[in-house]
Design a protein around this ligand. Structure first.
Ligand SMILES: C[S@@+](CC[C@H](N)C(=O)[O-])C[C@H]1O[C@@H](n2cnc3c(N)ncnc32)[C@H](O)[C@@H]1O
Ligand code: SF4
Length: 376
């Protein structure tokens, strides 16, 4: 089975109010150097395939590393894997730290796809989200990527920000489309526990957008991006000229992947491990010659089936139940027949040959529907 590689760079200039990813506002060059040395050693220990299917360098903020360290990051990766022959190589870029030189370094190292965290083109909204850049910074970042030769640029956007109207969101989409991205990811703002916004919500300092506003923005996004030639291949992801993200699609199809870096997850045929999250603990383990696995489990078959549905239903192609039954060697009808029939009868799911997928109604309440397949 083909295996992808995920590389996690856990540093950011600030911790954004909504973000619960494993990232830290650490600006200390010594820590960055230790991280790079440990990453090199982890790749030696973990031994990824020389030719991974896809490679994704994410975070955190990979571009938060200095130009010299950013270059070293790719030298290290190139020593362990053949970036030139991977089907897709992506790096996440933040507008505040992507320089022309970093764009050129990534391109020269064999990175062909860049994912830019734009989030919004309204400076007040960016500040509200604690972003360290303004809209002009995002435009500069896209120009730097184009100048370096990137022909596949994706933008991340967040909607349903409190106070944002559907007209405001339309303007955001106008700004994003004006940059002619090859791919767009549009996420509805979630208030995660333990984040600044999560605490603001608990303490009553913020009121989330109304569900009807969220749903209107979701539908509007699909209409606008379809009209602009994008295919909604996943709930939050829209493929333009650059096609879908092969790396993320591989996750949603429950593919095998190896994750390196603090907190990175690995999934290999039902075995799932998560690296130690704290940079120092992760590095300590590697420096002693030990893989930095923090938690690991062999997923029971039923969990794998539940997760395959939970992830797969996010894709507009839905889940091919016959292929799933073969892949997991499990009787899908015996396990899920009743739940599937119930959701179909309620108009949330529909069949298309061997595939099952969310209906338009189901899409609007996708999390509530897909999570029913978990914890069974
Ligand atoms: C790994 S994160 C961030 C990558 C990069 N450091 C950046 O800031 O753009 C990937 C994307 O998830 C989205 N995201 C993260 N937390 C979110 C939340 N609580 N609600 C909605 N979208 C979120 C953001 O659009 C973000 O760009
Ligand atoms: S959204 Fe990006 S920049 Fe902000 S804290 Fe999370 S990973 Fe860092």
């Amino acid at each position: 089975m083909r295996t992808s590689l995920y590389v996690h760079v856990p540093f950011c200039v600030v911790k954004c109010g909504y973000c619960d990813f494993n990232s830290y506002a650490i600006d200390d060059g010594e820590v960055h150097d230790r991280f790079l040395a440990a990453l090199d050693a982890e790749l030696e220990l973990a031994a990824p395939p020389r030719r991974p299917y896809t490679v994704f360098v994410g975070g955190g903020t990979p571009t938060h590393l200095s130009e010299a360290r950013f270059e070293r990051l790719f030298e290290i990766l190139r020593r362990h894997v053949d970036l030139d022959r991977a089907a897709e190589v992506t790096v996440e870029c933040n507008p505040e730290s992507l320089t022309k030189a970093k764009a050129a370094i990534a391109r020269a190292a064999g990175v062909r796809r860049a994912s830019v965290g734009a989030q919004s083109f309204d400076d007040a909204r960016l500040r509200w989200l604690d972003r360290a850049h303004d809209a002009e910074g995002t435009r500069r970042a896209v120009t730097a990527l184009r100048d370096a030769g990137f022909e596949n640029v994706s933008l991340d956007l967040i909607f349903a920000v409190p106070g944002q109207s559907t007209t405001d969101w339309d303007v955001e989409l106008d700004h994003a489309l004006a940059l002619a991205p090859e791919h767009l990811s549009c996420y509805s703002l979630t208030f995660e526990r333990g984040t600044r916004l999560g605490r603001d919500l608990e303490d009553g300092r913020v009121t989330p957008a109304d569900e009807s506003v969220d749903a209107a923005m979701f539908s509007r996004t699909r209409e606008r991006l379809a009209a602009a030639g994008f295919t909604a291949y996943e709930i939050s992801n829209f493929a333009g000229r650059g096609g879908p993200s092969l790396h993320n699609d591989h996750y949603w199809l429950q593919g095998d992947y190896l994750g390196v870096g603090p907190g990175a997850a690995t999934h290999l045929s039902g075995w799932r491990g998560t690296n130690l999250k704290v940079v120092e603990r992760w590095a300590d383990s590697i420096e002693r010659g030990l893989l930095p696995t923090g938690e690991a489990e062999m997923l029971p078959l039923r969990r794998r089936l539940g997760e395959a549905m939970w992830l797969g239903l996010r894709r507009s192609a839905g889940v091919d139940l016959a292929a799933l039954a073969t892949r997991l060697a499990i009787d899908v009808q015996a396990e899920l027949g009743e739940l599937l029939r119930g959701l179909e009868a309620q108009g949330f799911l529909e069949r298309d040959g061997a595939a099952v997928r969310l209906t338009g109604r189901g899409l609007l309440v996708a999390d509530a529907i897909t999570s029913q397949f978990l914890g069974r």
